[in-house]
Design a protein around this ligand. Structure first.
Ligand SMILES: Cc1cc2nc3c(=O)[nH]c(=O)nc-3n(C[C@H](O)[C@H](O)[C@H](O)COP(=O)(O)OP(=O)(O)OC[C@H]3O[C@@H](n4cnc5c(N)ncnc54)[C@H](O)[C@@H]3O)c2cc1C
Length: 406
């Protein structure tokens, strides 16, 4: 998360074009290799600057979200090149993803409540003309607030927005435009290549003052100008809200128990691959020798509205690449849990990488067979501590880095 008091080294705006996201593990590894030299003090000093081409961040999130590469792999590569003290900031940012995922895993009701919020927001759009017009203008980037409008357009055009710009965008959506936060989170999930139930829902809740209860994020003109290479120096930002009162809701339920890990079963085993973990080498490292695999996808489940074609195509292609890398035949790539249920009858047991709360798990849960779901060591080390603020997980980073199979 950015801090407003972070040092601001001189940074020149560039004309670099949009980054693209080739849908393969090779592309993810190449991007990681390209970024590693910059993951130390460069990143710590400049990561909050949102400049064209995003030269100061890793732009790895679409790959990390689908676990084409894992948090463990990324941290290991960075620590191989940099001293712990230099790489600390980058590793901490990567672990925010782990923390949010663990927090949501321990409070799955937060996802259900979000889905209800989206449904309620859509009902209101159907009956409240003013709200509908405001929502449409926001999604089309036609509000007249230049950095917000540019954020909306960049999101739709590229499927990626810098973290600081996501914070400004969510803050303006909630605190200036007064739109329901769930509809903003839904807009993100429909267009982000890294659209992730935990990071997205909890990122929006954090800006709204619902995650760290009472603590909100306010986008300020000076902060936006400073961290965008002054490209909004002339923009009229006087409409930005000067305050960000926290939204309120009943206190969340107590965290649920940690999900249990499961050993690799014996016999003729089938593997189900899904979009939440597209490089399940840890299962093979634990002894899985799958007789055959099936791929079950649900990118459309990210929203009740139409999920952007760019997102669906990216997930499909990333999944096809992952299927090609498996050491066994793949029976089919499908969106139909009934097809997987029929296929599963041919095996003594069926295994899938653990799927966290969200649409990927929702469709997996509709498969009519017991699915053994081993959890990565990285998650097993982090999630027991993801019950309150980030600091408890941050304190466990040394143990996470020791996690055996990522
Ligand atoms: C309102 C809002 C919504 C968001 N929605 C999503 C989402 O749907 N999917 C998603 O993957 N991320 C989401 N994020 C987190 C973050 O903005 C992106 O992961 C980040 O922009 C990725 O860019 P990068 O890989 O270049 O980041 P880098 O700065 O290079 O960071 C490296 C990695 O650290 C992790 N990371 C960094 N910042 C965060 C953060 N704030 N929260 C969680 N993980 C982080 C990501 O895995 C990222 O790839 C959201 C943040 C906000 C404020």
């Amino acid at each position: 998360m950015p801090e407003d008091h972070a040092p601001a080294p001189p940074v020149a705006a560039t004309d670099t074009p949009d980054r693209d996201f080739p849908p393969s593990r090779d592309a993810a590894l190449a991007r990681l290799a390209e970024f590693v030299p910059h993951a130390g003090r460069d990143y710590a000093g400049r990561r909050n600057h949102d400049l064209p081409g995003h030269p100061h961040v890793s732009v790895l999130s679409p790959y990390l979200r689908h676990r084409v590469i894992s948090e463990a792999e990324v941290c290991a590569a960075v620590l191989e090149r940099h001293a712990k003290s230099a790489a600390e900031k980058y590793v901490q940012e990567v672990v925010w993803r782990t923390y949010f995922k663990g927090w949501m895993e321990r409070r799955p009701g937060t996802w259900d409540a979000y889905l209800r919020g989206v449904a309620k927001g859509r009902d209101r759009l159907a009956t409240e003309g003013g709200l509908r017009r405001g929502w449409e203008a926001a999604c089309e980037g036609e509000t007249g607030i230049a950095p917000f409008d540019d954020g909306a357009k960049e999101l739709v055009r590229t499927g990626y927005v810098h973290n600081h710009a996501r914070m400004w965008f969510a803050s303006v959506w909630i605190h200036t435009l007064g739109l329901p936060w769930e509809l903003g989170a839904d807009f993100f999930l429909r267009h982000l290549l890294d659209g992730d139930p935990a990071s997205n829902t909890l990122g929006w809740r954090w800006v709204a003052g619902l995650h760290t209860r009472g603590k909100t994020y306010l986008a300020r003109p000076g902060n936006i100008r400073r961290y965008t290479g002054e490209r909004y120096a002339e923009a009229d930002l006087s409409r930005l809200s000067k305050e960000a009162p926290a939204l309120e809701e009943p206190a969340p339920a107590a965290p649920s128990d940690m999900p249990g890990d499961a050993p690799i079963p014996k016999g003729r085993v089938g593997l189900i691959l899904h979009e939440d973990d597209l490089h399940p080498a840890y299962l093979m490292a634990r002894g899985l020798e799958a007789a055959e695999a099936m791929v079950l996808l649900n990118p459309e489940g990210r929203s009740p509205l139409e999920v952007a074609r760019k997102v669906r195509d990216f997930t499909d292609a990333l999944t096809a690449d992952a299927a090609d890398r498996l050491p066994c035949d793949v029976a089919a790539i499908t969106r139909d849990p009934a097809e997987v249920s029929a296929w599963a009858k041919g095996f003594d047991a069926v295994v899938a990488p653990y799927a966290p709360v969200g649409p990927g798990r929702a469709v997996l849960d509709r498969v009519e067979t017991e699915i053994v779901r081993p959890i990565r060591d990285w998650d097993l080390a982090a999630w027991p501590h993801a019950t309150a603020g980030y600091f408890k997980v941050k304190a466990k980073i040394p143990a996470l880095l020791e996690a055996a199979d990522g």
